[in-house]
Write a protein that binds this ligand. Structure first.
Ligand SMILES: [Zn+2]
Length: 73
């Protein structure tokens, strides 16, 4: 598979993904994705996207919680 944007080589790896949902932000670790080795564009499997939606919809306890500083520029 090659990158849709730059035509670079896309490699399969596990990444951390920040998922925004309304005014909430979720961090998913170890998400299977295809990442362009040239521009860094990330492509997720629909299965992984579904899994993330399921986790958000469930009341599953997170592994840990982080505090995110917010600034207005
Ligand atoms: Zn690319």
């Amino acid at each position: 598979m090659t990158c849709y944007f730059c035509g670079g080589k896309v490699v399969r790896k596990k990444v951390d993904h920040i998922h925004k949902w309304g005014d909430k932000i979720y961090l998913f670790k170890g998400v299977a994705a295809e990442v362009c080795s040239q521009c860094g564009e990330t492509y997720f499997d629909s299965v992984e996207l579904q899994k993330m939606d399921q986790v958000i919809a469930s009341d599953r306890k997170p592994t840990k919680k982080l505090t995110i500083p917010v600034f207005a520029l």
